[in-house]
Design a binder for this molecule. Sequence first.
Ligand SMILES: [Cu+2]
Length: 119
Amino acid sequence: MRRTIPIAVLIAAVLAFAVLFATGWASSHKSPPTATVKIVQLKNGNYAFKPADITIKPGTEVIWNNTSGTDHTVTVNNHAGIDDIPPSSKAHLTFAKAGTFKYHCSFHPYMKGKITIKK
Ligand SMILES: [Cu+2]
């Protein structure tokens, strides 16, 4: 008979966790919103950020997905950037505050992008 008490406690604990998840405890631990910018090679051989101009909310993680066959950077004015995104890889930055950031690729200065962060 003594073993029934710990089992009951265990079941209660499992049910308590199930209730916490069902009531949204888990949703407060979800990952931040994301936005993806592809790095592509155009038909003329040039490279580009696509889309080049995005608008996001503060706290959004922007993911650059380099689908091209060469390295690129995300060099941002007045903000930390990304020194190298090798081919077939991704890199990300989170923009916490409202504002506008223009960026370019230091290997291909004609590659330009803009991120607008507003609430
Ligand atoms: Cu580039």
